[in-house]
Write a protein that binds this ligand. Sequence first.
Ligand code: UFG
Length: 323
Amino acid sequence: MILVVGGAGYIGSHLVKELVETEEVIVLDNLSTGHREAVDQRAVFVKGDLGDKEDLDMIFSSYPIKAVMHFAAYSLVGESVVEPAKYYQNNVAATLTLLQTMMKYKVKNFIFSSTAATYGIPDVEIIDETTVTSPINPYGRSKLMIEQILADFRNAYGLNYVVLRYFNAAGAHGSGEIGESHNPETHLIPIVLQQLLGTREKIAVFGSDYDTHDGTCIRDYIHVTDLANAHIRALEALLTGKKSAEVYNLGNGLGYSVKEVIETCEKVTGLKANVEMADRRAGDPARLVASSEKIFGELGWKAERNLEQIIATAWEWHQNQKF
Ligand code: UFG
């Protein structure tokens, strides 16, 4: 059985939907940002907290867990600057409790959701896993701290792990049953689509004077189902002993500016967006684009869905949003 912590969240719920096809799955989620309806009915669901030793003891003593996948984190850069304690408490301290409990029950396989935010403001066009990590906000630091803890747990306790550094997750499940639903929403693609649906008056473009071809920030958008599939590959590699301590970037390898994303949303929907230029948002690097060559070379994974497909699935979801 696989324990998916944070399996009711946006990315976790998409992973669970793929994983239940081949594995027995138990989800632990406190529903602070996740949605109970997002969890596939084939998975066992436990409402509880990853920092709560009693919840964890109950799960590890009741179910034969062979690996843990950990998606349960706060992930808003701006919020992390204002409320660092919240980020270090949940993303670091509670995760450490989870890891210690895994060691207590001799569960040695772990997949960790990390982030492009660990790189800070990189001085290269395309970021690979050898690019220096130098996060510029508490969110990025909280993720990098766990990456460092994992390496120490490997050396001391024989923990096997794969770290996956996501770039910009977007899109929705092809079934239309689950998709992105944050409250408040801060991410670009859902905000643009909500404006096109008329539930938002306008879209503010945060900064048009960046050193990029059109002055707006460039990001590498990756479909959430592609992300989910990368986790399945990583899990197979851990369970077959092929990998024991690796870090992989997950992106498309293509950068799109904020303006290009808005234009693609207009193209996919056939609607015209109401856009205004605004000030830069604190903590936004100008450009974050991944090389995912390493995971392609080692595990055969690559992103299969392009920006139009990402937006088309998100559009399906937002038009008929279930939660
Ligand atoms: N943007 C706007 N207007 C909006 C919302 C976003 O112009 O209303 C811009 C942002 O400034 C940024 C781009 O659109 O340039 C993408 O912003 P998102 O908020 O969608 O995504 P981020 O790149 O800020 O954040 C994502 C993840 C984080 C992760 C980060 C790594 O959501 O968890 O990538 O840098 F930390």
